[in-house]
Design a protein around this ligand. Structure first.
Ligand code: NAP
Length: 286
């Protein structure tokens, strides 16, 4: 029997409605994005996030630099946003042009405004099992798994990919929910030996249709993070669509993880706003 599709488009719309309701209750919620350079895909992502933030009732500030911007200029813009009380969440679109030190720029974002959850402080809190702001993609995947009541406790979970923005935080979130987690990467020997054990398989690789039906356990839940450009404008996932015949649940591409990511970035902005408001009335704890 074909897998049930995890509908990220519908769930993402629901999350955005919840966010809009939360924004209406708070006095004001502000989000700023910083984009450097002219990467076409990055411009599309930023425009989508700006539009989604405005539609949710947020103040959305769109800061753009040409590819010639210096590190000091970008750092100065981050410092301005950090100090601006009207802005709760700041997102710097990655990748940055090669002449900019990505680590230095990420570290300059105020951790309490880091709605991408990539500042070392937020990554460390997740590692320690005390997450605050978590990257939107893995957070959205957890939300989808919960929505469809996929059991995680004691489940064998395999994450393919170990990036700081998807694979690693994904693995930590699954571990926190008491799954037994294996992380695979480009040097993993005999990938199928691992994936065939997975009750929950997350592919975050960037390699079109890498995961084929023979690599998937019958009845598994398969999450496809991949967004690879196919011919024309077609977007291909990391999972071969034929896996639908082996999996019990599967995310479609498009319409699965992608819409959840944007929704969760907005939700993180609301979380950041609430945390800042709470910190304003009581000194921050740990
Ligand atoms: P990334 O930083 O390039 O990381 C890719 C990971 O895959 C690396 O850890 C790499 O291993 C591993 N890998 C590469 N080839 C492999 C192979 N043959 N077998 C096993 N592992 C392999 O990419 P990312 O930022 O995590 O993104 C992954 C994909 O998700 C991309 O297609 C991206 O466009 C997509 N994405 C989608 C969303 C969304 O909202 N839907 C959000 C973010 C990313 P090494 O570490 O050993 O190099």
């Amino acid at each position: 029997m074909a897998a049930t599709l995890l509908d990220g488009k519908a769930l993402g719309a629901k999350v955005r409605e919840e966010v809009a309701a939360a924004v209406a209750e708070l006095d004001h919620v502000g989000l700023a994005t910083i984009l450097v350079g002219d990467d076409a895909a990055s411009h599309i992502y930023i425009d989508l996030k700006q539009k989604a933030a405005t539609n949710a009732g947020m103040e959305a500030r769109d800061i753009k630099f040409t590819g010639a911007a210096s590190e000091e200029e970008v750092l100065a813009a981050i410092a301005d946003v950090n100090a601006d009380d009207a802005i709760d969440g700041l997102l710097v679109q990655l990748p940055l042009p090669g002449h900019l030190d990505e680590n230095r720029i990420i570290a300059a974002i105020a951790p309490e405004k880091d709605i991408d959850g990539i500042h070392p402080m937020n990554a460390g809190r997740l590692y320690l099992g005390r997450p605050t702001l978590v990257p939107g993609t893995p957070l959205g995947i957890m939300r989808m798994l919960d929505e469809y009541e996929i059991p995680l406790e004691g489940a064998r979970a395999v994450v393919i990919g170990r990036s700081a923005i998807v694979g690693k935080p994904m693995a930590h979130l699954l571990l926190q929910r008491n799954a037994t987690v294996t992380i695979c990467h480009s040097r993993t020997r005999d990938l199928s030996r691992h994936t065939l054990n997975a009750d929950v398989l997350v592919a975050a690789v960037g390699s079109p249709h890498l995961v084929t039906p023979d690599m998937v356990k019958e009845g598994a839940t398969v999450v496809d993070v991949g967004m690879n450009r196919g011919e024309g404008k077609k977007v291909l996932g990391d999972v071969d669509p034929a896996v639908i015949e082996r999996a019990a649940y599967m995310t479609p591409v498009p319409g699965g993880v992608g819409p959840m990511t944007i929704a969760m970035v907005l939700e993180n902005t609301v979380t950041a706003a609430k945390l800042r408001q709470a910190a304003a009335v009581a000194p921050a704890g740990n």
